[in-house]
Design a protein around this ligand. Structure first.
Ligand SMILES: [Zn+2]
Length: 178
């Protein structure tokens, strides 16, 4: 059974390169084809949402809606990469983490993307704060990954959840129904 640790916070998930997503952690999750692993999440997979600090909750993906869309993608005018963030007080406003350039206006490009939205409200189990981010990272196939969608082993996540006294029965039952 596939399982994913997915980052579900508005502000932290939007970075210099995109405008963020519309999320409701207990119901649905949105991502698009600019994100690594975008095509690998499947109906029936376990989805564990977190906010970088701690677990929010766990569920099973019931449905994934795919659409074609266009999206503004912003890149550094010097190196063409998307790894920059606005600065609150310094000018120029943007600093590129890749090439260290400072600039006021990123390059904007419209590009076609596939958008995905999973629905997972039926089996949603609120587990806010149950496991800290450090434990969640250590359960991932690649603990040092920075991706929004990180594969992990369901058996290991399940063990960690059950070690706190929380039940996973509802999630296991839902996964078998899909
Ligand atoms: Zn750059």
């Amino acid at each position: 059974m596939g399982a994913w640790l997915v980052l579900a916070v508005g502000d932290d998930r939007s970075h210099g390169g995109n405008d963020g997503y519309d999320d409701e952690p207990s119901q649905h999750y949105s991502w698009d084809s600019t994100v690594p692993n975008h095509a690998n999440m499947q109906v029936g997979d376990v989805i564990a949402l977190w906010d970088k600090k701690a677990l929010l909750g766990v569920s099973v993906i019931e449905e994934i809606a795919r659409e074609q869309a266009e999206k503004d993608v912003y890149t550094c005018p010097h190196c063409g990469k998307a790894s920059f963030k606005p600065r609150k007080t310094l000018t120029p406003e943007y600093l590129c983490f890749d090439c260290k350039a400072e600039f006021d206006t990123p390059v904007t490009r419209r590009r076609p993307v596939t958008t995905y939205r999973s629905r997972h409200d039926a089996a949603w189990t609120d587990m806010a704060g149950l496991l800290p981010g450090s434990v969640l990272r250590s359960l991932c196939d690649k603990p040092k990954s920075q991706n929004s969608l990180r594969p992990l082993q369901w058996d290991r996540l399940r063990e960690a959840i059950e070690a706190t006294g929380e039940s996973t029965v509802r999630i296991v039952a839902a996964a078998h129904k899909v």
